[in-house]
Structures are given as C-alpha cells and as structure tokens.
Design a protein around this ligand. Structure first.
Ligand code: UGA
Ligand code: MN
Length: 335
C-alpha cells in the first residue's frame, strides 16, 4: 500500500514537486544574480587591490585633484562609492591631446569613484598622453589595443570601418580581470559629458540606459520610457538593431560583465553597441532608465573637427629655440 499525502497524491509525487520547485527557485535566483548586481557593491580598494599591484604607474597617484564636491558625494552612502570604470578608446592624431585634456579634466570631478581605462589604438603609448594621465591625478591604466589577428577590422557598413572596437574589447578584458564590482561606461574621447552622468551611472544594476544629445537629425538618441519601462527607442537610424542605442548611452555592471565572459563588441560599424548588448543577454525589459527616466541629456555625441596633418618645422632654422621642444611634443601625435 502506497503512502498517500493529505491531498491524496502519493508522497513520492509531492517530493518530486518540491524538488522541482526548489530547482526553479535556484534557477530564478541565478538568473536574477546574473542580470543584476546591487548598487551597494563595494569598489576595489585602490591602494591594496591587484589592479594597483599589476600597474605600478597607479601606485604613485594621489587623489589630490579631486574636487571638494566630488569628495563629499563619494562619502555619501546615498550617491554610493561604486567605482565607475570609464573605458576610453583613443588614437594618435593632432586633436588627441586637446580632446583628452578636456575629457580628463571633466573626469577629475568624479575622481574619488572613477577609474579611467585609456586604450590607445597605436603600436605604442603616446608620450604626451602618458604625461597627461600622470598629471591628471586620476586612477588610470594606459593600455595598447590588442587587435586579434583573425578579427582585423573589415569594412562592412557602407564601406565604413568600425573605430575603437579593439580598444574597447581590450578595456573590457582588463576590467574583467582587475575589477570585482562597479560599473563600466564607454566614453569616446571627443564627446561632451555633464559630470552628473557619472553619479547617475553608479546606480546601474545590470544595463542602464540614458539619452545622448546630438545624434542624427533627431537631435537626440534616447530610449522611449513609459512608467519607468523602456518601451521603444527614439533614434534616427534603427538599421534592424534590437537596441538602437549610442555608444555613450548605456552602462553595464561589472558583475554582469563578468557573468558574460565572452561578451564583446563586434567589428561591425554601426552595430557595435547592439552586438555587445545582445551578447550580454539582456532584453529591452531589463534596461534600467537613468537621467530622470531618460528626460535629461547628460552626454552629447560631439565631434572634434579634424585638422590637416602636421607639417614638421625646419629644425635647422629653429635650432636652439622653443620650436624644437614643441615639435618633439607634437610629432608623436601626427599619425
Ligand atoms: C561613432 C560611434 O559613436 C562609435 O561608437 C563608433 O565606434 C564609431 O562611430 C565608428 O565609426 O565605428 P564617431 O564619433 O563617428 O563615433 O567616431 P570617432 O570619434 O572617430 O571614433 C570613436 C572612438 O574610437 C573615439 O574615442 C576614437 O578616439 C576611437 N578611435 C577612432 C580609435 O580608437 N581608433 C581609430 O582608428 C579611430
Ligand atoms: Mn566621436
């Protein structure tokens, strides 16, 4: 005679149901943890973390340039102390120093909780940039992009070559192996940033999204938000993308990044953001709108006008003058 439960079903069946329920619960917890990490994540302690041991450049860097206001915010539990890893793809050109002076001095306002991952698309580090980073007082790492041989950039989109992809992927690998918590944000070197964007980004659970000004003739690229939910995308070019989002319009938690160790940016112009977000395994419903439910613009996709290649000075004519030093400084950037 079989043992029968209160509901009349055999006990064996009840056990099975319980087991199934427990498995479901475990799976749901796993999926939740995979998609979100909490804003209470503690940032790595810069002085003792592996990232400093791995990078001697950083160990001598004081945080002295942090503004008073940023310091106050960093110690405020409400605004959080989560580290924001800003990945900047950059390459040597005459405008590089001007762009990076502007960007570095913007980032200084968020210095206490910011870590700058600068990745140069060049065979070696540009000396003027190395000096600029050192002077900034920011926590940083200065890397060279690793272009995988089998993934050399190929023009696929109206002849356009994707830019900055190897740099961003190199930056992602660095963050995966050096960070334990925090948020990642891709800040191209020529955009314009309101410093409030960096404290907003600290709230990122899985993937956060926000408007970017000056994208296409629409003037802005933004998620459409209704009642706190992303329902669509307002963008001048959809191109069959699931996530028509600008590179400057999203941030990702380090936890999610590490849970998707192979998620990378594709070498496909116009589809870098979309490809990466798809590989992170998120859905539109998972996107977390920031910047007052996407009603404020805190970043603009500006572009620096390109200048003509630099013509070296006739050093015979200027021997013994300041022009020699100026040329020493400028020429590594002329590429
Ligand atoms: C747009 C998109 O916003 C970028 O996300 C995208 O990577 C790029 O187009 C593209 O064509 O794929 P846009 O402002 O037009 O950006 O491009 P750039 O500012 O010239 O380049 C984007 C970033 O990549 C910059 O930070 C730039 O310094 C860097 N870059 C550019 C390199 O690292 N290597 C290069 O050869 C060119
Ligand atoms: Mn740009």
């Amino acid at each position: 005679m079989s043992v029968v439960s209160r509901l009349g079903r055999p006990l064996r069946q009840d056990r099975l149901t319980l087991l199934l329920l427990l498995t479901c619960l475990a799976l749901m917890t796993k999926v939740y943890v995979m998609l979100y990490d909490t804003p209470e994540d503690t940032p790595p302690t810069p002085r003792s973390s592996a990232e400093l041991l791995d990078n001697p450049q950083e160990s001598s860097l004081p945080l002295s340039s942090a503004s008073h206001r940023s310091r106050r915010e960093a110690s405020d539990p409400e605004s959080g102390t989560r580290t924001v890893y800003v990945i900047t793809a950059t390459y040597p050109r005459p405008e590089q120093e001007a762009d990076l002076v502007r960007l570095s001095q913007t980032l200084m306002h968020a210095a206490p909780f910011l870590f700058w991952v600068v990745v140069e698309d060049a065979p070696q580090r540009t000396p003027a940039l190395a000096e600029l980073l050192e002077r900034s007082g920011l926590r940083y790492v200065h890397l060279i992009a690793e272009v995988p041989e089998l993934a050399l950039p190929r023009p696929r989109f109206w002849g356009r070559v994707p830019r900055g992809v190897a740099s961003r992927n190199t930056g992602l690998s660095w963050v995966r192996s050096h960070a334990t918590a925090g948020v990642v944000y891709f800040a191209d070197d020529d955009n314009s940033y309101d410093i409030r964007i960096f404290t907003e980004i600290q709230k990122t659970r899985g993937v956060s999204v926000f408007p970017v000004g000056l994208v296409t003739e629409l003037g802005v690229s933004s998620p459409v938000v209704i009642g706190g939910q992303v329902t669509d995308f307002y963008d001048g070019w959809h191109g069959g993308r699931r996530f028509p989002i600008d590179m400057a319009g999203f941030a990702v938690s380090v936890t999610l990044l590490k849970q998707r160790p192979n998620a990378a940016m594709p070498y496909r112009a116009g589809y870098e953001e979309d490809g990466f977000l798809k590989e992170l395994g998120v859905t539109r419903e998972d996107l977390q709108p920031l910047a007052d439910e996407c009603s404020q613009i805190l970043v603009w996709h500006t572009r620096t006008e390109k200048v003509a290649p630099i013509r070296p000075a006739d050093l015979n004519k200027f021997q013994g003058s300041n022009i020699v030093a100026l040329m020493d400084h400028l020429l590594p950037m002329k590429a």
